[in-house]
Design a protein around this ligand. Structure first.
Ligand SMILES: [Zn+2]
Length: 247
């Protein structure tokens, strides 16, 4: 699943269509008012976490790539087109994605202070929200999009490893300064990750995600499905501390 930095990169790729009217909108997205887009000018593109928002006068189109979504810019993939937008200077096509036509003002729908890649991201607010559920496993809490929008499984695994915290630690048992550091790392790592994507070398930088050996201890990493979403965790039992209640 694409994480926040991948969506920002996609936004940057799509910015070539800014200021252009939609020549053609088509696809199989059920109940989607494709006709409403015709001749409308794309005025801005925004991201919120793992969502991409195409903004037009009076409405916006939300695209979420979900687990298996794909896209092609100025090209087509051999699969069912969910949403395709053609402009004078090219086209962008989405597959296996969720799309929604939205007429509500975006400010009433989104709280950008929870988006780790947004300038208004609020660390204190994230800390307060995380600490409100002290019995939650940290490896699950970091994926909560209402707290840290844009953090996905890769970022979660890397940030926990780099900060030496075991994914099954309980939020309330981790010293607060360390939780704060973890939140700050979600932001700084997401920006680093975005730079690596721009360079086309993102995967080279994963230390534990989809890896087999701990780069610090040179012992096998453990892989387990942790938390209610059952996302894969990669971690080292030796150098990542497990914070649990005493006894
Ligand atoms: Zn280790």
């Amino acid at each position: 699943m694409p994480e926040g930095p991948e969506m920002v990169f996609l936004k940057e790729q799509a910015e070539q269509f800014l200021g252009q009217p939609v020549m053609r909108a088509e696809g199989s997205a059920r109940g989607f008012p494709f006709d409403r887009l015709k001749n409308q000018e794309l005025t801005s593109i925004q991201t919120f976490g793992k969502e991409l928002l195409f903004c037009f006068p009076g409405f916006a189109v939300r695209v979420h790539l979900l687990l298996f979504g794909k896209y092609a810019i100025n090209g087509k993939l051999n699969r069912e087109l969910r949403l395709g937008l053609a402009f004078d200077n090219g086209e962008i096509n989405f597959y296996a994605c969720g799309c929604r036509f939205m007429q509500e003002p975006l400010e009433s729908l989104y709280d950008w202070s929870t988006d780790v890649l947004h300038a208004s991201f609020d660390t204190d607010k994230a800390l307060e929200k995380l600490c409100r559920k002290p019995n939650r496993i940290i490896g699950e809490a970091l994926l909560d999009q209402t707290i840290l929008a844009g953090v996905g499984n890769g970022i979660k695994n890397e940030v926990l490893f780099r900060n030496r915290i075991h994914p099954e630690s309980l939020v309330g048992e981790i010293p607060e300064p360390e939780v704060r550091r973890l939140i700050a790392a979600c932001t700084s790592f997401s920006f680093e990750y975005l730079d690596w994507i721009r360079e086309g070398r993102a995967e080279e930088h994963w230390l534990v995600y989809k890896r087999k050996e701990c780069p610090r201890d040179h012992i096998p990493l453990l892989k387990a499905k942790i938390g209610k979403w059952g996302r894969s965790s990669y971690f080292c039992e030796k150098c990542q501390q497990l914070f649990l209640p005493d006894g």
